[in-house]
Write a protein that binds this ligand. Structure first.
Ligand SMILES: [Zn+2]
Length: 267
């Protein structure tokens, strides 16, 4: 009995401390996507699925499209990143990943350097410069939202909380192992969808600042499954919220831009 009581306060304090130390939500407010925006997103989806997929670009035409779009998105993304005083390194290296043969794009850090990579098959699958601009701007949003850093903190906190809970239940190393697994996956899954929507909000603004039409660009997400290829399990497609909600987020953000409503910090 004494043992149980003496062991209890430490994990409880750890859990409370971790929950207050880890920021779970988005940095910026997500726009309200209800009503008219959802209806309009549904209409855009129906339209996109009725029209045939765009003709696949040749590899050289895809290279030309990327070379045209990339400098403009890089400039607009960097300006947004600096203006918001995010504290991150705003100088992103954006390039084509020539090893990647599925349709995909991603943001990550390589030796501390933020990088955005996009595959040639994805660019070949786009119907306009606006679509490439939107995909790149969305990835830039992951940097500005500090999603990699936040997810790492959450996975770590989830693992520690899971371990601490297992510690309350018992000292068996099996229980700790199971607890850590549960905690880690819960931290990764719960928040990723709001991060994707935050990236869509930031990406809409960056694509617009770069001189592209973000609503045209978001049509990339309204394509039929058949037109997407096999990249289903990876970043740009990965744990994403329903595509219709993403398109509604783009429409709602564009309405904010038109109404000269700036980004607001989330509470
Ligand atoms: Zn994403």
């Amino acid at each position: 009995m004494l043992n149980r009581f003496s062991r209890f306060p430490l994990p409880a304090l750890m859990v409370a401390g971790l929950l207050t130390a880890v920021s779970c939500g988005t940095t910026y407010e997500l726009p309200d996507t209800g009503g008219a925006y959802s209806d309009e997103a549904a209409r855009l989806f129906a339209e996109a699925r009725q029209s045939p997929p765009p003709k696949t670009l040749s590899r050289s035409a895809a290279e030309v499209r990327f070379a045209r779009v990339e400098p403009r998105v890089m400039r607009a993304g960097r300006e947004t990143c600096l203006r918001l005083k995010t504290g991150v390194n705003c100088n992103v290296d954006i390039a084509i990943d020539r090893e990647m043969d599925e349709r995909n794009a991603y943001f990550t850090y390589q030796n501390g350097q933020p990088i955005i990579r996009i595959s040639l098959p994805l660019i070949q699958d786009t119907g306009s410069d606006d679509e490439v601009a939107f995909v790149l701007a969305h990835e830039y949003g992951h940097l500005i939202g500090r999603h990699v850093e936040k997810q790492q903190q959450q996975v770590l906190a989830g693992a520690l909380i899971g371990g601490a809970l297992a510690g309350i239940v018992g000292d068996s190393s099996d229980a700790v192992g199971i607890g850590m697994g549960v905690g880690a996956s819960a931290g990764g899954i719960v928040y990723s969808q709001s991060y994707e929507l935050e990236s869509d909000t930031l990406g809409t603004r960056i694509a617009y600042d770069a001189g592209y039409d973000p609503v045209e660009g978001a049509k990339f997400f309204a394509r039929s499954e058949a037109a997407r290829g096999s990249g289903g399990g990876y970043s740009i497609w990965g744990t994403h919220p329903p595509d219709r909600r993403r398109v509604a987020t783009v429409l709602a953000t564009k309405a904010q831009i038109d109404g000269q409503v700036g980004l607001r910090n989330a509470n």
